[in-house]
Ligand binder design. Structure first.
Ligand code: CAA
Length: 256
């Protein structure tokens, strides 16, 4: 069994981290498989949305593999610079939905935050427990968690290492919605299939525009959005989407 499994369903690329015996902890093999799988779906014209989840009933991802990291030296970490691989993952152009089915801790919480939104099972638990290991989050957690939930809760979670349940994560704005554990994949797939069914140009520009909000000033962000909005009037999908509305029929987007 591969440590990262993929399948395609109605335009959705599903990536499952499959190492349940270690609560899907990310070792080098998993990281390589995950980065490859996501990059391949991102480049595939047939894919409109990606769903990321963890195998088994207990964990999404319980973090980077502690046992693999334990004996590393500073120089090994610095020269290897494996973490920089996440830059590509986080810059995926197709939307990515994290279907969080259990523990999302450390690197697991960070990977979920690199996705565009999180749908959580009511059994999900989130946290950045690195402080308990004598380190700090290393895959963007101090930055993305602070942006997602604000300074107070980010400090609370990162400095105490405590976990929060799905309800607290939703109240804090980390999670888009909570669903019953047994319905998680159905709900995540329904959302992803809906996204994959829309016109690719508008979906990709919508993602890009929302992400601008985290990188620039309000005035620049609004300027970016307006330019992107106007540009969509050069697409066939805009003509089709608006004509279909007026003709009271379902649109047939061609991603052009
Ligand atoms: N790395 C390596 N192995 C892990 C792991 C991890 N992050 N998390 C769990 N495992 C392994 C356990 O060692 C155990 O393996 P064995 O059966 O061989 O002993 C197996 O998965 C099952 O785990 P537990 O027996 O611990 O399960 P539990 O239900 O008692 O506890 C848990 C669950 C609270 C999630 C606990 O496993 C835990 O605390 N895991 C570590 C969480 C963590 O600290 N994550 C941060 C990692 S550092 C990081 O991610 C840095 C970064 O920013 C990139």
């Amino acid at each position: 069994m591969a440590v990262v499994e993929t399948k395609i369903e109605e335009g959705v690329g599903v990536v499952t981290i499959n190492r349940p015996e270690a609560l899907n902890a990310i070792n080098s093999d998993v990281m390589e498989g995950l980065l490859q799988a996501v990059a391949a779906f991102d480049a595939d014209d047939a894919i409109g949305c990606i769903v990321l989840t963890g195998a088994g009933d207990k964990a999404f991802v319980a973090g980077a593999d502690i046992k693999e990291m334990a004996s590393k030296s500073y120089m090994e970490m610095y020269l290897d610079d494996r973490q920089s691989g996440w830059e590509v993952f986080a810059n995926t152009r197709k939307p990515m939905v994290a279907a969080v089915n259990g523990f999302a801790l450390g690197g697991g919480c960070e990977i979920a935050m690199m996705c565009d939104f999180i749908i959580a099972s009511d059994k999900a638990k989130f946290g950045q427990p690195e402080i308990k290991l004598g380190v700090i989050p290393g895959w963007g957690g101090t930055q993305r968690l602070a942006k997602a939930v604000g300074k107070a809760k980010a400090m609370d979670l990162i400095l105490t290492g405590r976990m929060m349940d799905a309800a607290e994560a939703e109240r804090a704005g980390l999670v888009a919605r909570i669903v019953q554990h047994e319905n998680l994949m159905d709900e995540a797939m329904a959302a992803a299939k809906a996204i994959a069914g829309f016109g690719r140009p508008s979906v990709m520009l919508a993602k890009e525009a929302v992400n601008r909000a985290f990188e620039t000033t309000l005035a620049e962000g609004i300027h970016f959005e307006r330019r992107a909005f106007y540009s969509l009037f050069a697409t066939d999908d805009q003509k089709e989407g608006m004509a279909a509305f007026a003709e009271k029929r379902a649109p047939e987007f061609k991603n052009r």
